[in-house]
Design a protein around this ligand. Structure first.
Ligand code: COA
Ligand code: AMP
Length: 637
């Protein structure tokens, strides 16, 4: 296949692995360094590798000031498009730089400096981006917590990250309701052992937060009197942020991202994976609370001199399924990145895509999808209706950018349905069998990446070096275990089939069934429980709880099920989308006591399943089948 640049994916890929240090040091020339690195790849502590050791830079400088200093300060940097408040605002690179410098001044005046942690618990408003970049400007470490999490989840993160400050807002806006953040923040602070020194709160017109005197300060009052702060150089290997993601237990994993490798890799991806040029508009329709928001709403587009869209709204209902097409046409979006679930939502409400006809979406060149596998229906519907290549790409919070993708800026390869295409340059991806040996083409196994991981990934988990080793490095020595199972076919195309752990994917959000089980187990009438993901037309998967009641409990099943649903919403948050539980007499386990969640899921989804050879009592599966039938599962029956 011919390419724009004359290079082919296979050549670039081979170069990236044959001499990784040379490959990434060339990419690093695009970044502004205040001190050159001593080593491109430091392997002195393998299997913990570090990139660009000794180098110094500032991430915020590379995202904002650099463009101003290069004479591009008037270009648009950030477009805030709030469908829920019908408000639009745009910031040039100069304006955003000034706003960030001022907020960095607010934080610095209250004692924040290099290495301090700051939690950002905010809705999709420009101040969230400003707060993140202000931390980066000071060398402070931000940890953004998604607004759809409950107070308890915020408290867990407070105790782990021990921030000096929290930046928040009075409310977020979900269709049809205002979500007050401040009561959740106050509750989290009272639940947590660690207390922040201060909070900065953005008052939004839709809700007025009550402030705790001496601890809480108003965003606008503080910025009005602030002195702008300069960029503080940090080591390439210093942490830029901590982003918590679901693990197999209720204790989330704090993925650490460093400054140098992150800037190098993310800037490289904008041209090479997404095919955008400086000055163009890039839109990741996600949330700043997720990794997609960190990498592709905030950092990568700004590094690359793109305008980035911060969209506060949904694909449907704000006000209609034409919302995405409006944003594309009004902002000349060249590349849209979202999750397949957003397209399923649009397709469900507007199957023939009549709303597209109301807008000029001709600026759109590519649609990128991630967060879950793109199902063939969604792929073909989007291809038909948008008439642009639809690119599935696969990545994880841990990796920060994609492991497998069709890198349109290098070479647009044929799209194969169900596959995120080939491993991206820098990723030595293999399928390993249980013995840890590479499996032949077409054979399923664990998707694992030969170390070192490329720059921009994660050096460790915050406060949890041993957990990092146990979760990712110990099972297949010399490899990073992605915990995804998959296949690589004879053409090198990757197919990501399922997680190998108990993580489920709900509307592109990664959730821990273990964390939900911990909540259910706390109900006084629940003796035992299990949570599994079951197929859902819109969200891909939704959680389903199985409860075994304590002996002698004679309370109505409906009441108990409703109570556990409320408990999960209150303890984890609405984002868990936990809406259904059912009561069973017993739970299926192996003779060694391992819960057979996969078999329960297969029965609930109406898939073919085999009686596990190690099952303790096969009759339990008949009981499970009957209980599921009682709530209409599997749906196709
Ligand atoms: N603050 C407070 N509550 C929030 C929230 C936030 N920031 N974000 C979501 N919630 C709530 C929602 O209101 C909903 O509550 P409900 O149970 O009372 O309805 C719940 O959390 C689940 O939210 P969501 O997953 O967004 O589901 P939805 O039913 O509201 O919308 C989609 C479904 C498909 C439209 C939606 O998931 C979507 O737009 N997905 C886009 C993809 C995406 O952002 N992926 C992220 C990774 S790329
Ligand atoms: P998160 O850390 O929230 O980004 O979730 C990462 C997980 O989502 C991966 O480990 C996969 O299980 C799943 N995932 C993300 N993108 C894809 C994709 N394109 N295809 C299949 N699964 C995906």
């Amino acid at each position: 296949m011919s390419t724009k640049s004359g290079t082919s994916h296979s050549t670039v890929f081979a170069t990236s692995l044959a001499d990784a240090e040379r490959f990434w040091s060339e990419a690093a020339r695009d970044i502004h360094w205040t001190r050159p690195w001593d080593r491109v790849l430091d392997d002195s502590d393998a299997p913990y590798y570090r990139w660009f050791t000794g180098g110094e830079l500032n991430t915020c400088y590379n995202a904002l000031d650099l463009h101003v200093d290069e004479g591009n300060g008037d270009r648009t940097a950030l477009i805030y498009d709030s469908a829920v408040t019908e408000f639009r605002q745009s910031f040039s690179f100069s304006e955003l730089r000034d706003a960030v410098a001022r907020f960095a001044g607010v934080l610095a005046a209250r004692g924040i400096s290099k290495g301090d942690r700051v939690i950002v618990y905010m809705p999709m408003v420009p101040e969230a981006v400003i707060a993140m970049l202000a931390c980066a400007r000071l060398g402070a470490v931000h940890s953004v917590v998604f607004g759809g999490f409950a107070a308890n989840e915020l408290a867990v993160r407070l105790d782990d990250a021990t921030p000096k400050a929290i930046v928040s807002a009075s409310c977020g806006i979900e269709p049809g309701r205002v979500v007050e953040y401040k009561p959740l923040l106050d509750e989290a602070i009272s639940l947590a052992g660690h207390k922040p020194d201060f909070c900065i709160v953005l008052q939004r017109p839709q809700a007025q937060a009550s402030m705790t005197s001496g601890r809480d300060f108003d965003w606008h009052d503080e910025t009005a009197k602030a002195v702008p702060h300069e960029c503080v150089p940090v080591l390439a290997t210093d942490p830029l942020y901590i982003l918590y993601t679901s693990g197999t237990t209720g204790q989330p994993k704090g993925v650490v991202r460093d400054n140098g490798g992150h800037a190098v890799a993310l800037k490289w991806t904008m041209k090479n994976i997404y095919g955008v040029d400086p000055g163009e508009t890039f839109w990741a329709a996600s949330d700043v609370g997720w990794v997609v928001g960190h990498s592709y709403i905030v950092y990568a587009p700004l590094f690359a001199g793109n305008a980035t869209v911060l969209y506060e709204g949904k694909p449907v209902g704000t006000p209609d399924p034409g919302a995405f097409w409006r944003v594309i046409s009004e902002n000349q979006v060249s590349v849209l990145f979202t999750a397949p679930t957003a397209f399923r939502a649009i397709k469900k409400e507007d199957p023939s895509a009549e709303h597209i006809g109301r807008y000029d979406i001709s600026p759109l060149r590519y649609l990128f999808l991630a967060g879950e596998r793109t199902d063939p229906d969604t792929l073909h519907w989007a291809e038909d209706k948008l008439n642009v290549p639809v690119i599935d790409h696969w990545w994880q919070t841990e990796t920060g950018w994609s492991i497998a993708a069709n890198c349109v800026g290098i070479e647009l390869l044929p799209v194969k349905e169900g596959s995120p295409s080939l491993p991206v340059p820098g990723w030595d991806l293999k399928v390993l069998n249980e013995a840890g040996k590479p499996a032949p083409a077409g054979e399923i196994g664990t998707l694992a990446v030969k170390l070192p991981l490329p720059p921009g990934t994660f050096p460790t988990l915050w406060n949890a070096r041993q957990r990092h080793f146990d979760s990712y490095l110990s099972i297949f020595p010399g490899y990073y275990n992605t915990s995804d199972a998959g296949i690589i076919d004879a053409d090198g195309y990757v197919y990501v089939m399922s997680r190998t752990d108990d993580i489920i994917n709900v509307a592109g959000h990664r959730l821990s069934t273990g964390a939900m089980e911990e909540v259910l187990a706390d109900h006084p009438d629940v003796a035992e429980c299990a949570v599994t993901g079951v197929a859902d037309d819109l969200k891909g998967q939704v959680p389903l709880g199985f409860l075994v009641l304590s002996a002698g409990c004679d309370r109505p099943a409906d009441e108990i099920c409703a109570e556990v649903v409320t408990m999960v919403r209150e303890r984890i948050g609405p984002v868990a989308a936990f809406k259904q539980a059912l009561i069973v007499k017993r739970l299926p386990k192996t003779r060694s006591g391992k819960m057979l969640r996969g078999t329960m899921r297969a029965i609930a989804d109406g898939e073919e399943w085999k009686m596990p050879a190690t099952i303790d009592d096969p009759a339990i599966l008949d009981e499970i089948t009957d209980a599921l039938a009682g709530v209409g599962l599997p749906r196709s029956r």
